[in-house]
Ligand binder design. Structure first.
Ligand SMILES: *Cc1c(COP(=O)(O)O)cnc(C)c1O
Length: 392
């Protein structure tokens, strides 16, 4: 597997960010050719891509179909909400971070009735509170959960939520943007109406489109429902099935790069193989940074193999900008944190990186702390008080 990992070109830093991320040379090289979007060859590539994505769902009965959509991931989230929630529906949004809040904001724009269980920066939504919310508000038709909330890196208990939603006879939507392809989301265990992800996350493509995977009967029912011409999932699906083409100009180079990335994903062992590499990446960086005194925001049970939030050290010599620039000069682009209470930063574990790269990340952090005169990376007391609120 080690030969699957290729360092970026000399002088190009690794992106320890949750997409765009570091892609393989092969994926980048796939973009060095132009394609006619109407041409039979390109149509065949689109079909191969849709098939390849469906293979990752666990659906063996042909219940689901895959609809790619131009734009970044948020365009696909908006397309999904506008297409699968009827105009008289009501959505229960389970929010514990920026992406949950963005879903609520999108529903606001779409004029779709909704209610939010807001768990703040990182507390997980739980099954019993979903059950209670639906009992208290029978108008709720759909529940939406963010699989991995990328803003904190928490892996939400999606199975527990799905069970509560189905026991109450409601429909489930999943934003699996940053998890799909590396964390299992088996349709047989977690039957959703629709889920969404994008090209530049765990499949390791470059940015330019997202994709919605949905039940075919729900796709049929979505006809005429969308608020938007360009984000109408039913229209895109129907057109693609009829002609093999995207409705409007597809990001051709991004699609061929993605297909290359999808082949590498399969060669690595699919969701299990990809998930194993990311898990090892996470374990190496968490263990290494903890040895330097850093602490993770989350207790181990909740830490995703996608991205990890660390508290900034309390030491008076620590300065995030200096830390960032020094890490960058050593070849690693890290990611600022999004917590409101305590300063933090994030390290992404996804992309063309393996345990060896993650050990270099730890070494770079150690050197940087020494340069800054920070002898321990221990966080302030308040950070640990925050974390204690979280269940083990
Ligand atoms: C990346 C991401 C999105 C989409 O963000 P874009 O910037 O629009 O690509 C949505 N939800 C989650 C959980 C994400 O990680």
């Amino acid at each position: 597997m080690s030969n699957a990992i290729m360092a970026p070109k000399m002088g190009e830093p690794y992106l320890l960010t949750p997409g765009p991320l570091t892609t393989s040379a092969k994926t980048k090289e796939a973009m060095l050719r132009d394609w006619g979007s109407w041409d039979g060859e390109f149509r065949a590539l689109t079909a191969e891509m849709r098939e390849g994505l469906l293979e990752l769902t666990g659906d063996t009965e042909g219940v689901l179909d895959c609809v790619p959509m131009q734009g970044s991931g948020s365009f696909s989230v908006e397309a999904m909400l506008g297409s699968f929630v009827p105009r008289n529906g009501k959505v229960l949004v389970l929010s514990n971070g920026a992406y949950g809040m963005r879903i609520a904001q999108t529903l606001e724009y779409l004029n779709r009735d909704h209610t939010v269980i807001n768990k703040g920066d990182y507390m997980p939504p739980r099954g019993p509170e979903v059950t209670a919310a639906i009992e208290a508000d029978p108008a709720i038709t759909h529940v939406i959960i963010v699989h991995c909330e990328t803003s904190s890196g928490i892996l939400n208990p999606v199975k527990e939520i799905a069970d509560a939603v189905h026991a109450a006879g409601r429909k489930l939507l999943v934003d699996s943007m940053s998890a799909f392809g590396a964390v299992p989301l088996d349709f047989n265990e977690i039957p959703y109406v629709a889920m969404v992800s994008s090209a530049n996350k765990c499949i390791e493509g470059v940015p330019g489109f997202g994709f919605i995977i949905a039940r075919k009967d729900e796709l049929e029912a979505a006809k005429g429902r969308s608020h938007s011409l360009s984000l109408d999932v039913h229209a895109q699906w129907a057109h693609m099935n009829k002609t093999g083409q995207w409705r409007f100009t597809p990001p051709t180079h991004v699609v061929v790069a993605f297909l290359e990335a999808l082949r590498a994903h399969k060669a690595e062992g699919g969701v299990a193989g990809r998930g194993a590499r990311y898990t090892e990446n996470r374990d190496v960086v968490v263990e290494g940074l903890r040895e330097l005194g850093f602490e993770t925001l989350l207790k181990d049970r909740w830490v995703s193999p996608i991205i990890v939030t660390f508290f900034c050290p309390a030491h008076e010599n620590f300065n995030f900008e200096t830390f960032y620039e020094s890490m960058k000069s050593k070849g690693f682009i890290i990611y600022p944190g999004k917590l409101t209470v305590v300063d933090s930063f994030r390290i992404g574990c996804i992309g063309q990186m393996d345990a060896g790269v993650m050990r270099q990340v730890v070494a770079a952090a150690k050197e940087t702390l020494a340069e800054m005169g920070v002898d321990t990376a221990a966080p302030p007391e308040i950070a640990l008080i925050e974390r204690a609120k979280l269940a083990a």
